[in-house]
Design a protein. Structure first.
Length: 157
């Protein structure tokens, strides 16, 4: 029987690979905490993000395409994402009379109520995820991540 020894020293092909794989691992750990909360409410992080964006337009609506462009991560199937939220009566959709191809989406009172219920638990998740970093470290981390995406400060949050 051959036993392989696993080295504790990590070897990466480049500094870029080391940074990327560390970002991926960090994302996975942070997402696990977030998923634990959202699963209790039968929500995905993308659905939560969509509700937050729609709240910012409330009492108005926004075109589905505009909503998709504002999401933190790309939604390959906006229709399905919105279908699920609409079935739960968290959003409503309507077509514009002047252009039937444009679908407007807005948040309902039930959606607003859910966001209110989630406000403190989401803050607690953020504290669990990054509460061990001080304000200066968080600011530096944010600037570095924006730079890695090729964005300036505040380009997309």
């Amino acid at each position: 029987m051959v036993t392989l020894a696993v080295s504790k020293t990590r070897h990466f092909d480049s500094p870029q690979q080391a940074a990327y794989l560390n970002l991926w691992r960090t994302y996975d750990q942070l997402k696990e905490v977030e998923d634990g909360l959202f699963s209790k409410y039968d929500l995905s992080a993308q659905q939560y993000n969509a509700l937050r964006l729609l709240r910012s337009a409330h009492p108005g609506t926004m075109p589905t395409l505009a909503l998709g462009g504002l999401l933190i991560s790309r939604a390959p199937d906006m229709t399905r994402l919105l279908d699920k939220l609409e079935r739960r009566q968290l959003v409503h959709r309507e077509r514009r009379d002047e252009n039937r191809r444009v679908v407007e989406v807005g948040i309902t009172q039930a959606g607003l109520d859910l966001l209110e219920e989630l406000a403190e638990p989401v803050l607690e998740v953020h504290r669990q995820q990054l509460g061990h970093l001080d304000a200066e470290e968080l600011e530096l981390l944010t600037r570095l991540l924006e730079k890695a995406r090729g964005e300036g400060p505040g380009d997309r949050g």
